[in-house]
Design a protein around this ligand. Structure first.
Ligand code: CAA
Length: 384
C-alpha cells in the first residue's frame, strides 16, 4: 500500500482544509452555543463539491475516491463535528446508499439534487426499542393500491427536520420461518408526505449542538411502489451496506477531532508556563503528547487502509469497523487528556477542547456503538 496522495486526493484535502479553516472553524463556537448550523454552510459545501462525495459525475457527484472522501471528512471534523456529521449522513448514509442500491431512475432523480443540496437526505433506522438491534425495528409497511402505507416511529434521526428525502426502513408482513430482519424493506420517502410527522428530539444533548436530530412518527404515510430501494425484503442488507459507508465517514471525522486535540495541546504546552518552565518541557506532559500522536497515527492508518480496501472493490466491512472502533476510542482518550492538560482553561468554552470532548462521545455511539463494532469485527474474524 502506498499512501502518497494523488493529485486528486491532495486537491480534496486542501479544499476541505481551507473551507474548514476559513468558513467552519470561525463559526464553530457560535454554532455550538446557539445550536444552529447556518444554511449557507450547507450551500457552500455543495458548491465546493464536497456533498457530491464519491458519487459518479454522471449522477451529479464529485467522483472522489474513498480516501479523498475520508480526507474531506477529517478536515471538516477538525473544525466541527456537527458539520462533518451533517455531511456524513447526507453524502455517505443517504447518497452512497442510493448509488449502491437504487434503480437507474432513482439515481437519476435523486442523486444530482442531493449533490447540489436542492434536496437534503436523512436515514431513518433507529427506533425507541431498536437501536443496536436494528433487525427488530417495528415500523410497519402494508401493501396498498400503487404502494405502501407506513406506520411507526423513529428516533435520533440526523438532518430529519431539514430533510426533503428520507430513507425509511420498515417491515412488511413477516415471512413464515424467516429471521425477523428478513421482511425489512427500504423506502425513499418524501418528507412532505401526509403522515410524515417530525419534531426535534427532546432533551439537551451533550454535544453536536448544531446537529439536527429528530423524532419521526409515520401515521398512515403513503409511499409509491416505485420508491422501494433495493427490492422488497432486502432492506436489512441495504441498511448495513449504508452503515459501511457511514462508519468510514465517522472514523474519518474522529481522526479530525483527534488531530484538533493534538494541535490545541501542542499550542498550549509550547506557550503555557508553570513552575518556571514551558509545560512542554515536563516529561509527564511530553508522555501525553507522545501517546496522543502515536494513537492518532494508528487511527490514521486504519482509516486510510479501510478507504484503500474499499477502492479495490474488496469488502471492507471489517476494516471499516476496526477504523471506527479505534479512531473514536482513541479520540475520546485524546479529548479527555486535552481537557486535563489545559487545566481550568480546558473546562471552559474559552478553549475548544471541552467541545471536542462533548462532541466525540457522539461518534463513539452513532452509526453503531463501539460494542457493535466489536461484534462486527469478532464475527468477521471468528465467523458467526
Ligand atoms: N453488508 C451487507 N449485508 C450485511 C452486512 C453488511 N455490512 N452485515 C450483515 N449483513 C447481512 C448478513 O449477511 C445477514 O444476511 P442473511 O439474512 O442473508 O443471513 C443479515 O444481514 C443479518 O446479519 P446478522 O445476522 O449479522 O444481523 P444481526 O441482527 O445479528 O445484527 C449487527 C448485526 C451488526 C449487530 C447490526 O444489527 C448493527 O449494525 N447494529 C447497529 C445498528 C446501527 O449502527 N444503528 C445506527 C443507525 S444510524 C444512526 O446512528 C443515526 C443517524 O441518524 C445516522
Amino acid at each position: 500500500m502506498d499512501f502518497t496522495f494523488t493529485k486528486e486526493q491532495l486537491h480534496w484535502q486542501m479544499a476541505a482544509q481551507k473551507f474548514a479553516h476559513d468558513v467552519v472553524a470561525p463559526l464553530a463556537r457560535k454554532m455550538d452555543e446557539e445550536g444552529i448550523m447556518p444554511q449557507s454552510i450547507i450551500e457552500q459545501m455543495a458548491s465546493h463539491g464536497f456533498l457530491g462525495g464519491s458519487i459518479p459525475k454522471e449522477f451529479g457527484g464529485s467522483g472522489m475516491d474513498s480516501l479523498s472522501l475520508a480526507l474531506t471528512y477529517t478536515e471538516l471534523g477538525r473544525a466541527c463535528s456537527s458539520v462533518r456529521g451533517f455531511m456524513t449522513v447526507h453524502t455517505s448514509l443517504v447518497m452512497q446508499c442510493i448509488e449502491q442500491n437504487g434503480s437507474e431512475e432513482q439515481k437519476k432523480e435523486f442523486l444530482p439534487q442531493l449533490a447540489s443540496a436542492k434536496l437534503i437526505g436523512c436515514y431513518c433506522l433507529t427506533e425507541p426499542e431498536a437501536g443496536s438491534d436494528a433487525g427488530s425495528i417495528q415500523t410497519k409497511a402494508e401493501r396498498t393500491e400503487g404502494g405502501y402505507i407506513l406506520n411507526g416511529e423513529k428516533i435520533w434521526i440526523t438532518n430529519a427536520n431539514l430533510a426533503n428525502l428520507a430513507i425509511v426502513f420498515a417491515k412488511l408482513p413477516a415471512i413464515e420461518g424467516a429471521k425477523p430482519h428478513a421482511s425489512i424493506t427500504a423506502f425513499l420517502v418524501d418528507t412532505n408526505s401526509k403522515g410524515f410527522i417530525r419534531k426535534k428530539m427532546p432533551g439537551k444533548e451533550l454535544g453536536h449542538h448544531a446537529s439536527d436530530h429528530a423524532h419521526i412518527t409515520f401515521d398512515n404515510c403513503f409511499v409509491a411502489d416505485t420508491r422501494v430501494l433495493g427490492g422488497e425484503n432486502n432492506g436489512f442488507k441495504v441498511a448495513m451496506s449504508a452503515l459501511d459507508h457511514g462508519r468510514l465517514g465517522v472514523a474519518s471525522g474522529a481522526l479530525g477531532v483527534h488531530q484538533a486535540c493534538l494541535d490545541a495541546c501542542v499550542d498550549f504546552v509550547r506557550s503555557r508556563k508553570q513552575f518556571g518552565s514551558r509545560l512542554g518541557d515536563f516529561e509527564m506532559v511530553q508522555a501525553v503528547i507522545a501517546d496522543m500522536k502515536t494513537s492518532l497515527e494508528a487511527s490514521r492508518f486504519l482509516v486510510y487502509n479501510a478507504a484503500w480496501k474499499k477502492d479495490q472493490g474488496i469488502s471492507s466491512t471489517l476494516e471499516t469497523s476496526m477504523a471506527k472502533l479505534h479512531a473514536t476510542e482513541a479520540a475520546v482518550k485524546a479529548a479527555n487528556e486535552a481537557v486535563l492538560l489545559h487545566g481550568g482553561r480546558g473546562y471552559s468554552n474559552e478553549y475548544p477542547v471541552e467541545r471536542y470532548l462533548r462532541d466525540i462521545k457522539g461518534l463513539q455511539i452513532y452509526e453503531g456503538t463501539s460494542h457493535i463494532q466489536k461484534i462486527v469485527i469478532a464475527r468477521n474474524v471468528i465467523g458467526k
